[in-house]
Design a protein around this ligand. Structure first.
Ligand SMILES: *[C@@H]1O[C@H](CO)[C@@H](O)[C@H](O)[C@H]1NC(C)=O
Ligand SMILES: *[C@@H]1O[C@H](CO)[C@@H](O)[C@H](O)[C@H]1NC(C)=O
Ligand SMILES: *[C@@H]1O[C@H](CO)[C@@H](O)[C@H](O)[C@H]1NC(C)=O
Ligand SMILES: *[C@@H]1O[C@H](CO)[C@@H](O)[C@H](O)[C@H]1NC(C)=O
Ligand SMILES: [Zn+2]
Length: 430
């Protein structure tokens, strides 16, 4: 009997390490799993909580990479967020499976190895654990969608198009907003359910020039379409018309968010506009809370897409903005010609910038107070194949004329003011 118990114990211990059951793990089990993985793979994982839910559950983030505990120059930061709507649970399951896959395949699978050596991957399997715990196991019901305060977290972020509406931020939203300040996230996706489609910004519009043919088009629309297609075509079904029978099909399995249905206070617009992080909303299952027997099939359908999408963090160009002494410069505006972002992309506290761009020729202008404006043309190759974006550093020269150097770099606030002016103009003109 003792031997039998011992065997049973060993078996469950081994399976907890080498495999992860295709079932729903509650918040306690998920926390235990993340701690186990972190203990098993201390070299390539770092576990931390970015805050707590309304009911006090930790919002755990597992970071994976060659140097999981800290940012390294030139290594882009990537993130996945699951289960923002508590009853849309497939993302939560798949992100745990992804953690299991990445950790177990590191140094054996070449793609996984190169991915974790060249980028840092942050995974928040559940942004709304309270909602999950209160969910009904139902395909289309919305019980559990909201957080404990009954708020839809994907409507609770500041909205650049309707910035005048003051709104109480929920704890989970506040935690994500603070999280975005701690790293320069370059690429992200948040996983939902109830449809099968890759949706991209904008989700909202103020009926300005961005509204074109019913779509709300961002300055980086070409990149977003490419990113969405990368997911939908690497997914076994998403790119097919009518991948959820009964729902209207999406061409190529992608859609502009606003074109599908406008929403305000969404997370993807916030990431893109305010945090310079390109984010998609991935709807990955027709059924929001499917039977556990379907989970392994959903993992197989999404696994290649989840991996291919991560690799896209290497699109475009990256580098450091330095002054004439070679010191990194923070808050230099790095602007790609023809892309008027509502908040300009700028260098971070390490002087680094990251700009996802499709292959081609681009003109980049760098401005910083007290320094000559720098304009350079670059040819951008396709980075994902080589697991690195093009590296291009900028060296600023102090301007002779000290009085010209006082101009402040353009900020988001002034961008909104110009936007407001623009709206007023169009209103007056129309
Ligand atoms: C990834 O990094 C590990 C640890 O430094 C190293 O042993 C391995 O050779 C690297 N592999 C690749 C493909 O870069
Ligand atoms: C899958 O993703 C890769 C990038 O990792 C991309 O090159 C490829 O075109 C995608 N597959 C399809 C069918 O679009
Ligand atoms: C980009 O610029 C190079 C010269 O630097 C030129 O040979 C090439 O044709 C250009 N490519 C495109 C797509 O314009
Ligand atoms: C230098 O500053 C003066 C004002 O002090 C201004 O009139 C002049 O145009 C500036 N010169 C350049 C090259 O910016
Ligand atoms: Zn959702």
């Amino acid at each position: 009997m003792f031997v039998f118990t011992l065997c049973l114990y060993l078996w469950s211990w081994l399976s907890s390490i080498h495999g992860l059951d295709f079932r729903y793990h509650n918040s306690v089990e998920m926390e235990q799993y993340l701690k186990d993985v972190n203990r098993m793979y201390p070299e390539i994982t770092h576990l931390h909580s970015i805050g707590q839910s309304v009911e006090g559950r930790e919002l755990w983030v597992l970071i994976l990479g060659q140097h999981p505990s800290e940012h390294r120059t030139g290594i882009p930061e990537f993130k996945y967020v699951g289960n923002m709507h508590g009853n849309e649970v497939v993302g939560r399951v798949l992100l745990l499976q992804l953690i299991n896959y990445l950790t177990s395949q590191y140094l054996s699978d070449p793609l996984v190895t190169r991915m974790l050596n060249s980028s840092r991957v942050h995974i928040l399997p559940s942004m709304n654990p309270d909602g999950f715990e209160s969910s009904a196991r139902d395909c289309m019901n919305s019980v559990g969608r909201y957080n404990k305060n009954g708020v839809d977290l994907n409507r609770n972020f500041p909205d650049v198009f309707e910035s005048n509406t003051p709104q109480e931020r929920e704890k989970e939203v506040r935690a994500v907003m603070d999280w975005l300040k701690t790293e320069t996230f370059v690429l992200s996706a948040n996983l939902h359910g109830g449809a099968v489609v890759a949706s991209y910004p904008y989700d909202n519009s103020n009926r300005g020039s961005e509204l074109q043919g019913g779509q709300s088009i961002s300055p980086d629309d070409d990149v977003f379409v490419h990113l969405a297609r990368t997911y939908s075509y690497n997914h076994t079904e998403m790119h097919n018309p009518d991948s959820c029978s009964g729902l209207t099909g999406f061409t190529n399995g992608i859609t502009n968010g606003y074109y599908w249905y406008p929403l305000k206070g969404g997370m993807q617009d916030y990431n893109y506009v305010w945090a310079q992080c390109l984010e998609l909303t991935l709807e990955i299952s027709c059924c929001k809370f499917p039977p556990e027997s379907q989970l392994s099939g959903l993992w197989e359908a999404n696994r290649p897409a989840l991996l291919a999408y991560m690799q896209q963090v290497h699109l475009g160009v990256k580098g450091v903005v330095m002054d004439s002494d070679g010191k990194p410069v923070q808050n230099a505006v790095v602007e790609v010609s023809g892309r008027k972002n509502l908040c300009p992309f700028s260098s971070d506290r390490n002087g680094e910038y990251f700009r996802l761009l499709l292959p081609g020729n681009y003109t980049i202008t760098v401005t910083y107070p007290g320094h000559e404006t720098l304009t350079q043309s670059i040819k951008v190759p396709y980075g994902p194949d080589s697991f690195s974006a093009l590296t291009h550093n900028f060296l600023l020269q102090q301007s002779d004329n000290s009085s010209t150097g006082t101009t402040q770099p353009q900020s988001c606030t002034t961008a909104i003011t110009t936007l407001t002016l623009f709206i007023l103009q169009t209103l007056l003109l129309s």
